[in-house]
Design a binder for this molecule. Structure first.
Ligand code: NAP
Ligand code: 8YV
Length: 312
């Protein structure tokens, strides 16, 4: 008998194909009556396939008494209640490492786009305005100081790229990493005060909610730029919008927002902002590797083997 699994939302075509071949799949988002689906199939469902946005709601988990594994597409697992899973003996896996390069590339790209006005300069040419005179002068990354909040797997790849741009890199986290060549700041606000760019790439959690506070943004200052490629919940978005509008913060490059896919309307008309629809890992190659890890973790579990990338 194939194990029965619950697929929370749509996934890549190749992932859905392998899931359909290997398991009896219940497609939650397509069910007309979610409660009826859970009542009928819930008692037999042993696995969940989900992603970092949909996660697994507690009321669904409650309806799955024999659930053994949640395999999630994405490295961030803030949408899954890990303590609840651990308490019930449910294993959880995510997709770390395979997306480090893609996220680091987008981060560097957004930073260049922001300081070199790539979107605006592109529009300038398309609108035929170049014939009336060249575009104005801008700032550059070369020689500027970057502070990374979260020098983890992705943060280290960002640091490597920013170092290659000849930026001075520093970092903040709960622990100093003596094997890393970058300056460590034990205090986040101190680091924000010392740098030109603050790059946020730490996990969302109760401890990091709102950690990029008004005070941190004020410390970054009118010449400073915030880059958020982590989660919207880490940043005080109201303060961010207000300070950007008032010229008390220099600029922002944002891939993530507090209430995705809704973006504060004020940001949409700001020149000193670059916006991206949560695209950090969104390349064909990386997303395929993430999808493969979702499948491989499920396969390992149902073969009685250890998970490849366990969270708990
Ligand atoms: P990671 O390897 O676990 O690194 C996280 C880093 O954050 C660590 O260096 C950790 O250092 C630091 N940190 C600081 N305060 C922390 C706290 N209170 N709790 C936990 N860590 C803290 O994670 P990663 O794989 O680099 O991914 C980081 C995050 O990026 C993910 O959780 C996800 O939300 C986000 N992400 C976004 C995208 C996107 O598309 N935009 C794509 C992938 C990932 P210390 O332990 O020293 O504190
Ligand atoms: C994905 C991400 O967009 O890995 C993460 O934590 O934020 C992104 O890679 C997302 O998780 C896919 O659901």
């Amino acid at each position: 008998m194939k194990p029965e699994i619950l697929q929370i939302g749509p996934m890549l075509a190749h992932v859905e194909q392998v899931l359909a071949e290997s398991y009896i799949v219940h497609r939650y988002w397509q069910a007309d009556d979610h409660a009826a689906l859970l009542t009928e199939a819930g008692p037999r469902i042993r696995g969940v396939a989900t992603d970092g946005h949909a996660g697994l709601a507690l009321d669904i988990m409650d309806a799955l008494p024999v659930l053994e594994i949640v395999s999630s597409y994405g490295v961030g697992y803030d949408a899954i209640d890990i303590p609840a899973c651990a308490a019930r003996g449910i294993h959880v896996s995510n997709t770390p490492d395979v997306l480090n390069d893609a996220v680091a590339e987008l981060t560097a790209g957004m930073m260049i786009a922001l300081c070199r006005h790539i979107p605006q300069a592109d529009a300038y040419v398309r609108q035929g305005r170049w014939v009336d005179g060249g575009y104005r002068l801008m700032s550059e990354l070369n020689g500027a100081r970057a502070g990374i909040f979260g020098l983890g797997r992705i943060g280290k790849e960002i640091a490597r790229r920013l170092s290659a741009f000849r930026m001075q890199v520093a970092y903040h986290g709960r622990h100093e990493q003596p094997d890393q060549p970058y300056e460590y700041f034990a205090d986040l606000t101190e680091m924000a005060r010392a740098v030109d760019w603050l790059v946020v790439i730490a996990p969302a959690s109760p401890e990091t909610a709102g950690i990029i506070s008004r005070d941190v943004l004020v410390a970054l200052g009118p010449q400073g730029c915030l880059v958020n490629v982590a989660r919207g919940s880490l940043v005080d978005e109201h303060a961010l919008v207000e300070l950007l509008g008032a010229g008390e913060l220099g600029g922002a490059a944002l891939d993530v927002f507090a209430d995705e896919p809704n973006v504060p309307v004020e940001l949409l008309v700001m020149e000193n902002v670059v916006l991206s629809p949560h695209q950090g890992s969104a390349t064909e190659k990386t997303r395929r590797a993430m999808g493969d890890l979702v499948l491989d973790n499920l396969k390992a579990h149902f073969a009685g083997k250890p998970l490849l990338t366990p969270v708990c």
